[in-house]
Design a protein around this ligand. Sequence first.
Ligand SMILES: [Zn+2]
Length: 216
Amino acid sequence: MKNEKAMVVFSGGQDSTTCLFWALERFAEVEAVTFDYNQRHDAEIECAKEIANDFAIKHHILNMDLLNQLAPNALTRDNMEVKAGENGELPSTFVPGRNLLFFSFAGILANQVDAKHMITGVCETDFSGYPDCRDDFVKSLNVTLNLAMDENLVIHTPLMWLNKAETWKLADDMGKLDYIRSKTLTCYNGIKGDGCGTCPACKLRLQGYEKYIKMK
Ligand SMILES: [Zn+2]
């Protein structure tokens, strides 16, 4: 795969940044795509830009404002609270079909720049109830994209079966633990690195980190 090009779906968070390094180890050329949909914090886009810049990665930012028209939700509307899903309900950050749209656009962009591989950091293990993070969905969309474009794009999901502690291990194995810990943004309150420590994303990230450090 060394001589081929890959497109990484990239938010500047822990998972997609780990995927970015995963791709850099495997492909001759790596580009990244970030979706701008009026996230609660411009900090997310800035963070993604900085990381892409640090590693001289060609960075595409696609405007996905239309998502806001489709699904007002806690990530894009300041007056909605970010809550974890309870009793099997989806968290308030859920935008139905978001990855269906993102991955379709990323797949078309990959086709445009002649990238034969696409990488996303979705995973089933820390499953927060998003149906379009499931392995079945990704495989199904991979087939659909190839039928739509008469292509042989391969979608890779290196984190699909890893828990958060194992994702930190992967970062560490690539020598990027400290970089990912300090430079990525996962926090719903827009705070880089260790974040606010209290939102659901920070809790999940910190629990995984502590678990990994203990088992190391
Ligand atoms: Zn937080």
